[in-house]
Write a protein that binds this ligand. Structure first.
Ligand code: PMP
Length: 415
């Protein structure tokens, strides 16, 4: 029988149409989208789906943030703002980073962006020419690879498996830096693993970094307010202040203040980098709106009870997640100490069956788990680690234990 399906979707004019740039073609379809799409279909069919897949905080900022936004709206100038960020916002950010132990910066060391994501794209454009090398550890936040692809840089991915708690070790970093990459991109606490580097681990990596002056260092530390167990947030410049000349700290309001949709990100770094990002802003975005600026200042300078309470809540949820995962024979999960993710190694399930599903890898595992139990997790291959899956535990507390119970049952039913 003839198959007309392809004919119906094929575009007969494709060959004669103008072509898109190659950089667009390089963006790969994501495993996250595959699971999200499947979850959507199941929900539409009336299934009860518990989502551990989305990495967004499920809380709102304090009322003072909304009050500041409303007040700003009532006298909004409607004009373009500063490419670098309004002075009041830069000053608020300076105070915020001083509290993190990042001192000695002034307004000229800062610039803003539409979330940390746009800030990171700006940094990539500012630092990387086509063919330059950028290195970062895997598991990595998915966008890192996309950013490298889009600017045409070569990514040297440093694999850090569960056996090393998903953390980069000095010997690996040294081997990578010997290749003289243009950029080393570091993420602490980590999305997707939730791992946090101790002061000693940061110091050991910093000892390597000081030996390789040709490489820019970007620390994407947007989860810095979500660190548990009293281990604290540490940056390379805390232990090696001389790295300040080539280190760029990236932060965002998204996770700390429950403001992902408000789109505010920052950098603090050398003046030359802040100037380059500001110049790119003048070409890409011009500025961020006055209302958003007012809300951001209120979040940064107002009461910090929401972020503090959320950090405590996430620490308690982490305990619940770990208790469940540790009780599953064969599953190994390095204990996360920050953000709101756990990243268990689920490879013990590969080669097994669940009902009519054969589990060959992380993607077929997550698809079968979703179909059989209505629990959505993200396959680890999206983050460069195909032995694992990401559990994002930002769901309402009432859903957490039932979702974990379903994962445990799923493992118990494997044959
Ligand atoms: N870095 C990491 C590690 C992230 O997880 C995210 C968001 N998921 C971002 C940057 C981007 O955050 P923003 O919302 O500020 O663009």
């Amino acid at each position: 029988m003839l198959n007309f399906a392809g004919l119906l979707t094929a575009n007969p004019f494709e060959d004669t149409m103008p072509q898109l740039a190659q950089r667009v073609g390089r963006a790969k379809p994501s495993a996250i989208m595959l699971i999200a799409e499947k979850a959507k279909q199941l929900k539409a069919a009336g299934r009860d789906v518990i989502s551990f897949s989305i990495g967004v905080p499920n809380f709102l900022p304090g009322e003072h943030v909304y009050a500041a936004a409303r007040e700003s709206l009532s006298h909004d100038s409607g004009q373009y703002g500063s490419n670098r960020g309004a002075e009041g916002l830069l000053d608020a950010f300076l105070r915020h980073i001083e509290a993190l132990g990042l001192t000695g910066y002034g307004r000229m060391n800062l610039s803003i962006g539409i979330g940390a994501k746009q800030v990171l794209y700006n940094l990539a454009e500012a630092m990387l020419d086509e063919g330059d090398e950028i290195c970062f550890a895997a598991p990595f936040w998915t966008t890192y690879r996309d950013i490298a692809d889009i600017v045409g840089a070569k990514a040297n991915i440093l694999h850090c498996g569960p056996d090393q708690n998903y953390k980069l070790v000095p010997a690996q970093l040294e081997a990578a830096l010997k290749r003289k990459p243009k950029v080393f991109l570091f993420n602490n606490p980590s999305n997707p693993t939730g791992m946090v580097y101790t002061r000693e681990e940061i110091a050991a990596l910093a000892d390597v970094l000081v030996k390789y002056p040709d490489t820019w260092i970007i620390t994407d530390d947007i989860y810095n307010s979500m660190v548990f167990d009293g281990i604290g947030y540490h940056n390379f410049v805390h232990v090696r202040p001389e790295l300040k000349d080539r280190l760029v700290f990236v932060d965002s309001l998204s996770k700390t203040y429950g403001m992902p949709g408000w789109r505010v990100g920052f950098i603090a770094g050398p003046e030359s980098v802040a100037k380059a990002v500001t110049t790119l802003n003048s070409n890409h975005i011009t500025s961020i709106p006055e209302v958003i600026t007012a809300a951001a200042v209120a979040a940064l300078t107002g009461p910090q009870d929401v972020p503090q309470a959320k950090c405590a809540e996430f620490a308690a949820k982490r305990d619940t997640v770990m208790a469940a995962l540790n009780a599953i024979p064969g599953v190994v999960c390095p204990r996360p100490q920050g953000a709101f993710y756990a990243f268990p190694d689920i490879s013990c399930a590969f080669g097994k069956r669940h009902g009519e599903h054969t589990i060959t890898d992380d993607v077929s595992f997550c698809a079968a788990l979703l179909e059989a139990k209505g629990v959505a997790c993200v396959p680890g291959s999206a983050f460069g680690e195909p032995r694992a899956m990401r559990i994002s535990y930002t769901c309402p507390t009432a859903q957490l234990q039932p979702g974990l119970d379903r994962i445990s049952q799923f493992f118990a039913e494997l044959t």
